[in-house]
Design a protein around this ligand. Structure first.
Ligand SMILES: [Mg+2]
Length: 174
């Protein structure tokens, strides 16, 4: 099934005059390594993979980038995590002293690879806001967004694993 939910609405709040810095969560701010084994299992344990995200260590490099960006940007999180993990993700961000939003997540029924969802969201956001930077750890996301003209940077402090890459490509689940 291919779900095509409505594009995300413009970001509420913030200062429209400030440029927007987009941050991915998994692999940029959150260290997912400890829960990847759920995706290597057969059958894959997707719910366990998501629910154990509350124990992700914070990635210091990503957090430092985020705090620096906050000085002169509105920071918006753009993640392939499903909406049903919103509470968990907000609690995790708060626990680490980071802003809890705006947080744009994948619709629970949207199983497309994350890069298409992210491209769609950026196109929507750009109608009202200047997108100054996008930080993501997934090379396939970075390639597509770069080709679409966005100022995107590949986060390399947690190498994007082949496990996650294959899961995204084949299942479009995260
Ligand atoms: Mg990521």
């Amino acid at each position: 099934m291919t779900a095509a939910p409505d594009p995300a609405p413009p970001v509420a709040g913030g200062d429209p005059a400030r440029p927007v810095a987009i941050f991915d969560v998994d692999g940029v701010l959150a260290d997912v390594t400890h829960r990847l084994h759920h995706l290597r299992a057969r059958p894959q344990r997707w719910e366990r993979f998501f629910t154990e995200a509350d124990r992700d260590p914070l990635l210091d490099e990503g957090a430092a980038r985020l705090r620096a960006a906050l000085a002169d940007h509105d920071v918006v999180y753009l993640t392939g995590r499903p909406e049903r993990t919103r509470r968990l993700t907000e609690r995790w961000l708060a626990h680490h002293g980071l802003p809890t939003g705006p947080l744009i997540m994948r619709d629970d029924l949207d199983h497309r690879p994350a890069r298409y969802m992210k491209r769609e969201v950026l196109r929507g956001l750009a109608a009202t806001r200047e997108i100054a930077s996008v930080l993501d750890d997934d090379p396939s996301v970075v390639d597509l967004l770069e080709a679409d003209g966005w100022p995107v940077e590949l986060a390399t402090w947690l190498p994007h694993t082949r496990t996650l890459q294959r899961a995204q490509e084949r299942d479009g689940r995260t």
